[in-house]
Design a protein around this ligand. Structure first.
Ligand code: PBG
Length: 350
């Protein structure tokens, strides 16, 4: 093999080496990197979760989710104005009711906190897409996702509760209902109930592949939905299973889901990719509370660059195949994307 002399090496006479491809050509400047970028982020990619609580003038920061708040209904218009400013047009609502009971009846209360929130949002900003979480865990005093029989979540008894909750949210004006409970048959039950109640235009976004994950910890503080005993392993999926996720998704689509969710996102990028390659329906990833909390915590300690890590994470979720992302980072990310855009404008002299 040819070995360059010290002078030749210093002069950069690499052309005397065997031919090779110069991949660095397309990484040389920001402009060329932009030209060949395969995955991009925009504010329309994000769905922003909101935690709505009873009371007035409440804006209570969630300890394990810095920058996220429990908001009372009267605080929503201000929040929506911020979102509009940032170009975020879709919200996912979770309710924290004043009172809970064993049967989670607050979930279908026509004057419940989520139902009130939907009406307030549609009054203030009718074009904002309102998606509502359908689950019992925020409304049951034991914190489980359904009706308990003998200490276990009873699948079929829970279906009626979920269907009633979904219909009450549709009546309030929700555009899309999002069942997150993982009971079998709930998509079919909700679809039938919505249609019977005259809401055939309300779509179902189902948490089709929802794993029994440690990453939901901060959410359970945010939504006050920690189970009083036990866990959710009898209905949420085993983190070890990916093929099973394809079955879950296929069943939900068959039952009438319009959009499917994989959740959490970052530890399940392979599941997102597999789903994208398997199905044609819109696919959304949920970048959950624990994923957010880790980035925030390490960022605030100066251990990672929060902005870079956040945008890199969101990009990876889209690259894996998610069409959209439910994320608590939505506002920060949209702001950073806006800043990037004005930086480009400045650089090209507009
Ligand atoms: C259940 C629900 C949960 C999340 C969304 N819907 C919690 C759970 O299953 O325990 C978690 C979302 C997050 O962690 O950000 N209603």
């Amino acid at each position: 093999m040819f070995v360059p002399s010290e002078e030749e090496a210093a002069a950069g006479q690499g052309s005397t080496f065997p031919p090779f491809r110069r991949m660095r050509r397309l990484r040389r400047t920001d402009a060329v990197r932009r030209l060949v970028r395969e995955t991009t982020l925009a504010p329309e990619d994000f769905v922003y979760p909101l935690f709505v609580t009873h009371g007035a003038g409440v804006r209570r920061e969630i300890g394990s989710m810095p920058g996220q708040f429990q908001l009372s209904v009267d605080e929503l218009p201000r929040e929506l104005d911020d979102l509009a400013e940032l170009g975020i047009g879709a919200v996912l609502l979770f309710g924290i009711p004043a009172e809970k009971d064993p049967s989670g009846s607050g979930a279908y209360d026509p004057d419940g906190v989520v139902q009130e929130a939907v009406r307030a949002i549609k009054w203030h900003a009718p074009d904002v897409l309102v998606i509502t979480d359908v689950c019992a865990c925020e409304y049951t005093d034991h914190g489980h996702c359904g009706i308990l029989v003998g200490g276990e979540v009873d699948n079929d008894r829970t279906l009626g509760l979920l269907a009633r909750a979904a219909v009450s949210q549709a009546v309030a004006g929700a555009d899309i209902v999002a069942p997150s409970d993982m009971m079998d048959g709930r998509v079919a039950a909700i679809r039938a109930a919505l249609d019977r109640a005259g809401h055939s235009q309300v779509a179902i976004m189902s948490y089709a592949a929802k794993y029994a994950s440690g990453f939901y910890g901060p959410f359970r503080e945010a939504a006050a939905s920690m189970p009083a005993f036990g866990d959710r392993c009898s209905h949420q999926m085993d983190p070890a299973n990916a093929r099973e996720a394809m079955t879950e998704i296929a069943i939900d689509l068959e039952e009438g889901a319009d959009i499917v969710i994989v959740k959490p996102a970052l530890p399940y990028l392979d599941v997102i990719r597999r789903a994208r390659d398997t199905i044609d329906a819109p696919l959304i990833a949920y970048n959950v509370s624990g994923e957010y909390a880790m980035v925030k915590a390490a960022g605030s300690l100066g251990w990672i660059d929060e902005r870079r890590v956040t945008l890199e994470t969101l990009t990876s979720i889209k690259r894996a195949g998610a069409s959209r992302i439910i994320t608590y980072h939505a506002k920060d990310a949209a702001r950073w994307l806006q800043e990037e855009r004005s930086e480009v404008r400045r650089r090209v002299g507009i």
